[in-house]
Design a protein around this ligand. Structure first.
Ligand SMILES: *Cc1c(COP(=O)(O)O)cnc(C)c1O
Length: 467
């Protein structure tokens, strides 16, 4: 034991001083980029962690000072560049949750920079000078797009659905089909959301078949609402039955019960839903008679993270007055981005171009194929033994939308004789900005569908030097 502790004493004495690290070229450069204080803090952390490690391990020796300097520079850089920063999505998954779901329209970013540099009108009425409500402009845009009675918007669809259930049915019963008691991902589970809202869940029917009479039989004086949930990333196929929204709405009217429809993805209009290969549309659900429809703003809608509840004015007013509304309210940056995104929908002729999510979804196969061929050619021409070729494959919408429907695309498939697909993918992620690709059959796949303008250049650069 004595020899182990004296060995670690010796190793500890070999740990360089902070100043020695700071004099290394890597940290000199880092200081000029990120500031002296940030670099000193990072260097101290790296050295402290090293000492901790050496204390627990008698035989180990500290690495070269230059290696420690690079570690400290990387840490200072990561901190200074921030956690949430630019990345390149070459996966072909349009709504990639790990990469921030919808790509924001340029107009949204421009408007945030233009309008929110100082004070802004957020909760004040300019005519009266009185206190107003922050989501009125977004709600008004949504009313115009959908032609619905009323709308309100909160932090995300999980919040919108929870708020709707709490405001309409807390302490009372909500009837829902067993076939719709799903988990969407990211921990959104219908039974748990219902429980947290304070409403009592009354399950009816079976996993594969639920009939209108099942709902009708479950109605009691305690019933406050009928709930329908779009199963999103889950399908029951084969011997199945579920009443449509129109039938539920008719039953609701007969018993004076609202129908709450969590539609999830939110293709707003039927023509878009058609293009999206039959994702349900918010407007179609309202037209079928749903009293409140809740949906995400950062899925097919293509805006920032938020969640709408749209429909009957008296119900929307109940949501606005509920204490959870205050807890779920949106920040001004997000509200502005949302307003700018919704404004793009008013120009029906151009929204397919100005909303990036819609643009990527509709991007013609011929255009994607041309990018894939050209990129493969350039990568082959680089002198790095990279085997690159274009091939047919499919893109995905992602985020629980269109689960089983693939969108035809053309990818670049990459293989290297000495590096595994995992190693190539790791190299792409280590690039600045990090590039995310798909791995399939020992190949790295680059799908141009989700690349933004000019990003092919970064991929070429990232793969230009492979030993
Ligand atoms: C995605 C989804 C949710 C969760 O929406 P968030 O905006 O991520 O909170 C809830 N319900 C359904 C049906 C969904 O598809």
């Amino acid at each position: 034991m004595a020899s182990k502790s004296s060995a670690s004493q010796k190793a500890l004495r070999a740990v360089p001083a902070v100043q020695k690290l700071l004099d290394e070229p890597a940290l000199m450069e880092a200081q000029s980029r990120f500031g002296r204080d940030a670099v000193v803090a990072a260097a101290r952390e790296v050295l402290d962690e090293l000492r901790e490690k050496l204390r627990g391990n008698g035989g180990a020796q500290p690495p070269e000072t230059s290696v420690l300097a690079v570690q400290a520079a990387a840490r200072a850089g990561k901190r200074s560049l921030g956690g949430i920063r630019k990345a390149i999505n070459a996966t072909g998954v349009i709504l990639h949750t790990g990469l921030g779901r919808a790509v924001l329209p340029e107009a949204a970013l421009r408007d945030i920079a233009q309008e929110l540099g100082g004070y802004a009108i957020v909760e004040v009425d300019i005519e009266t000078g009185q206190r107003g409500q922050r989501d009125l402009a977004a709600a008004d845009l949504m009313r115009t797009i959908l032609g619905c009675e009323a709308a309100t918007v909160v932090n995300n669809n999980a919040a919108a659905t929870m708020l709707a259930l709490a405001a309409v049915a807390r302490g009372k019963e909500v009837i829902v089909s067993r076939g719709q008691l799903v988990e969407i991902g990211g921990g959104f589970r219908v039974p748990e959301v219902l429980a947290e809202s304070g409403a009592k869940m009354i399950e009816v029917g079976t996993t594969n078949r639920t009939h209108l009479r099942d709902y009708e039989r479950a109605i009691t004086p305690e019933t406050a609402a009928l709930l329908a949930v779009h199963p999103s990333n889950f399908r029951i196929v084969g011997f199945t039955a579920e009443p449509g929204i129109a039938e539920l709405a008719e039953l609701g009217r007969k018993h004076n019960l609202p129908v709450i429809h969590d539609i999830g993805s939110g293709a707003l209009l039927p023509d878009l839903a058609e293009e999206l290969r039959h994702e349900p549309a918010v407007k179609a659900s309202l037209d079928a008679g749903a009293s409140l429809v809740t949906f995400s703003c950062d899925k097919i809608l293509g805006g920032p993270q938020a969640g709408f509840a749209v429909g009957r004015a008296d119900l929307v007013e109940k949501l606005r007055r509920h204490p959870l509304y205050r807890a779920f309210r949106l920040d001004k940056l997000i509200l502005r981005a949302l307003e700018s995104t919704l404004a793009l929908y008013l120009d029906a002729g151009r929204r397919g171009e100005t909303v990036p999510t819609l643009r990527m979804l509709r991007r013609p196969l011929a255009e994607i194929a041309a990018v894939a061929e050209a990129l493969a050619q350039r990568l082959r021409e680089q002198d790095v033994e990279l085997d690159a070729g274009a091939a047919e494959d499919s893109s995905r919408l992602g985020s629980g939308s269109l689960p089983e429907r693939d969108i035809p695309t053309r990818v670049v498939r990459l293989r290297h004789p000495r590096h595994s697909a995992e190693e190539l993918a790791a190299r792409l992620r280590a690039h600045t900005p990090p590039i995310f690709a798909r791995i399939q059959d020992e190949r790295v796949l680059i799908d141009p569908r989700t690349l933004q303008a000019g990003e092919e250049e970064e991929i070429v650069r990232a793969l230009a030097v492979i030993e």
